[in-house]
Design a protein around this ligand. Sequence first.
Ligand code: SF4
Ligand code: SF4
Length: 99
Amino acid sequence: MTYVIAEPCIDTKDRSCVDVCPVDCIHESDRMLVIDPEECIDCGACEPECPVEAIFPEDAVPVKWEAFTKINYAYAEGIEAVGKLVATRIEASAPEHLS
Ligand code: SF4
Ligand code: SF4
């Protein structure tokens, strides 16, 4: 299992989670941070540190944010792949008058 960072991290990025992760598996992309599922040891230390409650165990990610599981897993393809998926997600969820 792994932990997953979801939408509330977008443009928050305060990095509180990074400071407590014992295996340095939380990585920064353009607009949010993600957890590398290959490296996460499922310790849970990051979850209570997040001021915007963006971090969830993989099996408890809210349905409205389930796309973020894939976004965290995209780290396997590189941080740029993560950035592209996040940008696409932001674009898709932006109100029409802003797009
Ligand atoms: S659950 Fe533990 S190992 Fe995984 S990202 Fe959070 S702090 Fe790091
Ligand atoms: S603590 Fe939360 S908001 Fe801050 S970088 Fe980590 S996941 Fe993002």
